[in-house]
Design a protein around this ligand. Structure first.
Ligand SMILES: [Zn+2]
Ligand SMILES: [Zn+2]
Length: 357
């Protein structure tokens, strides 16, 4: 087995993970199988390290862009195990779809050893649904007429994004000056009475699975804004879930990504401490924190992504592949915008325009 894929137990064709059926489905005979059924039939999905296909380096000047639409510029090549075509892809791609034969190609060497994920959340939002959501989203009053949503939506890709998940404890120790305020009206005067308190608070927070995306290619802010993922759907990682999707392995290690988790943990701890202070005003004078990480897990989470360019500007749309939450921006027809501002609706229109559901 050069690349990895899962075969239909009825006809032997390639199987793909189908979100709407929550199963692996054969496009030819329509049969579907659970992971258990495949494993019982001997398709363990375990990666045989001795047999994984290694990426081949490109010759100088051989290719400037990937054939599979993955972004990045650190390119290597694989050959498709089904049709033999050469697939130029980014070095950190862990799964792709062969553009020539449409079959799933899973890069075994990108999901073993140091790159083996602990968990995966399988896609539960199907492509049809995300395409409809995007079409609905682009029916905005300010979208230029020439922005061809039907054409753009074809570029929508299901991508497994690598995440680090940090767990541990944070001890926070706070000195704060707080007050409660009382307002009274006396004759012609407002009288404000403030009672001041010197407050000390100490608390320990256990945190589990604080996620930080581990790919330099995804926009951190977009990933943050399609969170949260619901960790109840965590499955032990199995490469079978990747078939039919793109997948990125991490290219930023857990140390590099940690500061973003740290910031979230420190802010959350402080917020919880503040919540325990029943005062009208809280002014933090000192905040000491001590984070102890217990373990860091590596997981792949599903996202629908669409990058497009309109009149030389880049636009981005992302949807959480588990919950359907989305963010994005669309081109604006400035001619229409003028009409809108003349109508006085500009503020509401522009804000409503940039922030999706
Ligand atoms: Zn079949
Ligand atoms: Zn192929």
């Amino acid at each position: 087995m050069a690349n990895m894929s899962y075969k239909c137990l009825t006809c032997g064709a390639e199987l793909f993970w189908k979100a709407d059926r929550n199963a692996f489905v054969c496009d030819y005979c329509e049969d579907s199988f659970t992971l258990d059924q495949l494993q019982e039939a001997g398709q363990t999905g375990e990666v045989d390290e001795t047999k994984v296909q290694k990426a081949e380096e490109l010759m100088e000047g051989e290719a400037a862009v990937s054939t599979d639409g993955t972004v990045g510029n650190n390119l290597v090549k694989y050959s498709c195990s089904h049709c033999g075509a050469e697939i130029i892809t980014d070095r950190s791609t862990a799964a792709t779809i062969c553009v020539y034969c449409g079959n799933a190609v899973i890069m075994g060497e990108q999901i073993i050893n140091d790159f083996a994920p602990d968990f995966v959340i399988p896609f539960s939002v199907e492509k049809k649904k995300v395409m409809e959501a995007f079409k609905e989203f682009s029916k905005k009053p300010l979208t230029p007429k020439s922005f061809d949503c039907e054409k753009v939506v074809d570029k929508m890709q299901g991508v497994y994004i690598p995440f680090w998940l940090y767990s541990g404890t944070c001890e926070g120790d706070v000195d704060a000056e707080c007050y409660n305020e009382e307002k009274k009206r006396k004759g012609d005067y407002d009288i404000i009475k403030r009672d001041f308190y010197a407050v000390k608070r100490r608390g320990k927070v256990n945190f589990e699975f604080i996620p930080v995306d581990a790919s330099s290619k995804t926009e951190d802010e977009a990933m943050d804004s399609i969170e949260p993922y619901d960790f109840k759907d965590f499955k032990p990682f199995n490469p079978a879930y990747l078939s039919g999707f793109l997948a990125e392995r991490y290219d930023e290690d857990q140390e590099k990504c940690y500061p973003r988790a740290q910031e979230r943990i420190e802010n959350t701890t402080l917020d919880l401490i503040k919540d325990s202070c029943p005062y009208d005003s809280i002014h933090i004078e000192r905040y000491d924190k001590d984070i102890k990480l217990s373990e860091t897990k590596y997981a792949m989470m599903p996202a629908w992504l669409l990058y497009t360019t309109y009149k030389d500007k880049k636009y981005f749309f992302a949807m959480n592949g588990q919950t359907g939450k989305f963010v994005g921006s669309l081109p604006i027809d400035y001619g229409k915008l003028v009409v809108f501002s003349a109508l006085g609706g500009i503020l509401g229109a522009v804000i409503g325009f940039f922030i999706g559901g």
